[in-house]
Design a protein around this ligand. Structure first.
Ligand SMILES: *Cc1c(COP(=O)(O)O)cnc(C)c1O
Ligand SMILES: [Zn+2]
Length: 551
């Protein structure tokens, strides 16, 4: 029977074969698979509840005739994790992380590789070419290895060496090209053409789009589990889907997935797409902000985040823009530094280490929540991917470990020798910060922010009385004080501190959830060093303030 593909430009429909790369009528390379959605919807209603939670549970909506179980490594079916701490920090309850790190090669590229390689295997293809900023080649290499397909992986010399070695380890031939990613793509295409090899065409690769769209299906199913069905009893759609964008394949696929769900009557909405690019290579963001229909290429990308260094977005931008204009969505850019900072915050607040490209998406989230573009009640899903190893030297800098060198001895070292060595591991005294707040979430949040940014000894008090005792006992270097607490409030704490010469000099940052009255502001005048609105704790100002007061 074969799958049907429809040309996006002229609408011509024909039978799909992976080796044909153009519409036979108008020669457009932009085509997509169409399915008998009513029939599939019926099958899904009956069978999905009984199927394993991986990518192949949606096999009727994939252009594979018969999934090959021996190729599979558990691709898809990644967890959707509620970001509780980030949510508290940002004041948004419904932030979810689609944890694509948990795929076979730790990136969402596993989905495109699993589907593409399965289709190529069915078609008898034994050798292929792909240009990559790293993760695509790693994913293809792993699945190609299982399928016995040889991969020529063309990468830029900027791709971290550990990623190149991983590609080589899987048996692929790495071709390292010194040039921009867009040049690498051209050379790879030429090489494939000369040799008559199958060639991955980025966002134009039908199987890749089909693989990526499974993110949408999973997210809708998982959100429905997490927060319940929609008011009409249908599957949930997030308000926003956020991903860092290079070529745009991911969001193009995810958008198709959500459109299909709506077509089949499983959902009633489409999410707003948010594409985040690195400032030094943000052709889509620039075009979007100037309301241009096409994007000007960035010829010399200036970002350390090589995964995001596609300078020529081509028609991907037009498709994404059209989708965003029709159904909400936006492009935003972040600096490399903002991405690296987000990488720290994500790791330290949520225990999730994502690579810089994914961290850029989180930096975009922070920016858009702060600007009000994402509202506190919105349901947000962020695509998160791994491969942190190459990034760590860059992001951590030096001094991240403390060395313990034990004296070389015949016998085992004496216990006191060990202790002496260990006492050099941590200074005896870190800056001491007391956090006074009656809500546990607020205390935990401030504690996590401080811990994520430096070394502090942290004390906590849950009310005014405890706070005064704590300060008298521990003499902290800084007090972070909530004003509104039951019984003795922040004002009472301040009065007590200031009337005791031993504690009068301790700097105080007051945190408040509400706008203060002018009378309240009057009372604080001269008594405190800074006033912070809760929710502003994320900002650099807060940490700068803390550091400067402690010095
Ligand atoms: C590939 C990749 C991107 C870019 O995705 P596109 O869909 O090609 O725009 C972003 N982040 C990570 C981690 C990636 O691996
Ligand atoms: Zn056509």
């Amino acid at each position: 029977m074969g799958h049907q593909i429809r040309c996006i430009d002229c609408g011509h429909t024909e039978t799909y074969h992976p080796r044909t790369i153009n519409c036979s009528k108008c020669h457009s390379p932009w085509r997509e698979v169409v399915y008998d959605y009513d029939k599939v919807a019926q099958i899904f209603r009956n069978e999905l509840p009984h199927r394993t939670f991986d990518l192949w549970r949606y096999k009727e909506l994939l252009p594979v005739n018969k999934p090959i179980h021996t190729l599979s490594m558990g691709e898809g079916g990644t967890p959707l994790i509620r970001a509780v701490n980030l949510g508290t920090m940002l004041g948004c309850e419904n932030i979810f992380i689609k944890d694509e790190r948990q795929g076979p090669t730790a990136s969402f590229k596993d989905r495109q590789a699993a589907v593409t390689i399965a289709v190529l295997k069915e078609a008898g293809v034994t050798e292929m070419v792909a240009a990559s900023t790293g993760n695509v080649a790693i994913a293809y290499s792993a699945f190609a290895a299982r399928a016995g397909i040889k991969l020529w992986a063309f990468v830029t010399s900027l791709v971290p060496a550990v990623k190149m070695r991983e590609i080589a380890l899987y048996g692929s031939q790495v071709v390292k090209v010194t040039g921009s990613y867009d040049q690498v793509k051209k050379i790879a295409a030429e090489f494939a053409e000369q040799r008559g090899l199958y060639h991955d065409m980025g966002a134009k690769t039908i199987t890749s789009v089909e693989g990526m769209k499974t993110i949408a299906y999973e997210v809708a199913e998982q959100l429905t589990q997490e927060i319940g069905p929609s008011e009409n009893g249908l599957w949930r759609t997030p308000d926003w889907y956020i991903q860092a964008i290079s070529g745009g394949l991911g969001p193009i696929g995810v958008a198709k997935g959500f459109r299909e769900l709506k077509n089949m009557g499983f959902t009633e909405h489409l999410p707003g797409l948010i594409g985040v690019q690195a400032e030094g290579c943000a052709p889509m963001v620039q075009a979007w902000k100037q309301n241009h229909e096409t994007a000007e290429p960035v010829l010399t990308p200036k970002t350390h985040i090589e995964t995001l260094a596609t300078g020529t977005p081509g028609r991907s931008y037009e498709f994404l823009r059209a989708q965003m204009k029709k159904n909400r969505g936006m492009f935003e850019s972040v600096s490399d530094d903002e991405a690296f900072r987000a990488m720290h915050i994500l790791a330290k607040m949520e225990g999730i280490s994502a690579e810089p490209a994914s961290a850029a998406a989180f930096a975009g989230l922070f920016k858009l929540v702060r600007s009000g573009a994402i509202k506190s009640t919105d349901i947000v899903v962020i695509n998160c991917t791994g491969h942190t190893l190459p990034a760590e030297p860059l992001v951590l800098g030096s001094g991240w470990a403390r060395n313990v060198v034990l004296p070389q001895q015949e016998q085992a070292p004496q216990a006191d020798g060990l202790l002496a060595a260990l006492s050099r591991v941590a200074p005896d005294r870190f800056p001491r910060v007391a956090i006074v707040d009656d809500t546990p979430d607020a205390r935990r949040l401030i504690r996590r922010i401080l811990q994520s940014q430096g070394e502090y000894t942290i004390f906590e008090a849950t009310n005014g009385k405890e706070a005064i005792e704590l300060v008298n006992r521990e003499h902290p270097d800084l007090l972070i004080l909530d004003l509104m607490m039951p019984e003795s409030d922040g004002f009472a704490v301040l009065d007590a501190l200031k009337s005791n010469p031993e504690t009068a000099q301790i700097p105080v940052i007051v945190s408040t959830a509400k706008e203060l009255t002018s009378e309240e502001k009057q009372r604080l005048q001269g008594q405190i060093q800074a006033l912070m609105q809760k929710g502003d704790f994320m900002s650099d100002d807060f940490l700068e303030e803390v550091k400067s007061l402690i010095r």
